[in-house]
Ligand binder design. Sequence first.
Ligand code: PHE
Length: 341
Amino acid sequence: MKQQLELLRAEALRAVEKAGAMEELENVRVRFLGKKGELTAMLKMMGQLSPEERPAMGQLANEARAAMEKAIEAAKAKLEEAALERKLERESLDVTVPGQPVRLGHRHPMYIALDEIKDIFVGMGFTVLDGPEVELAELNFDRLNAGEGHPSRDWSDTFYFKEDSSVMLRSQTSPMQVRAMDTLPLPIRMIAPGRVYRKDEVDATHSPMFHQVEGMVIDKNVTMADLKGTLNTVVEQLYGKGTKTRFRPHHFPFTEPSCELDVQCHKCGGKGCPTCKGEGWIELLGAGMIHPHVLEMAGIDPEEWSGWAFGFGLERTAMRRFKIADLRLIFENDVRFLEQF
Ligand code: PHE
């Protein structure tokens, strides 16, 4: 029996050594040490031994069991370590591998133009204001001298939110004149770019949503000469030194006198071509001296203060700046188009 035990012990240790995976190791354990295992069976046979033989055999059997358990534990630890090693190997990170390049976008051409415009005005001491696109009709119309019944208030032109026509999507940035007068201390020099909305069909030159830039100066002794001088300076900075301008009389309810400013066509130099529709001039903006009644409604004394204001379409300015022929390209955001600027 002693010999049998030693053989079994040696066989078990060999089997443990050969086991290359956890399941194999478990099989070995069950085979030798399990309830129906070979060592267990041998222990059961001990009962047949004489009482003298039993203690020595018992000790031998226990030693065999301990040796097997120890070998299994050691093999298990080794397998676990190897598994961890493999896992770490798999998950290791090579920080020297070059990264995936990130494709950077860039500013939209209209905002490139706007930033140039802002720079010009900020350089002349103007503040840049931001205001709500959902506006009170009172500020969009009444406070700008366009009272009840004024044609610009028509439902067919304006997006109203309420039956009583009191809240609307602003149709111009001019209510920012009123907001500036109501909130800023005098004197004021400000521009206010932003979205405006009108019920227009989309075509190459129209969109129900577009952008305007409002500008306003209120100070003492401000005259039409200041308006012309400032806007001429801006035009030269935007379109180059020596660009010719033309001020034409016009009408806006909130300025008096009012005018429109044209620039000489950059394409034909004033002779007339398709770009300027044969006119030789391209309309740039509306402007004028702030109507005394508009100042009065804001609590500003028109005897003491005077001012001027202008408003122009940002899309059209960007289109001219980058020679873009169709307004829709500005809003479609086709990357192939935008990438060109
Ligand atoms: N708000 C006017 C428009 O939308 C433009 C304008 C602004 C005219 C300021 C005069 C002064 O046409």
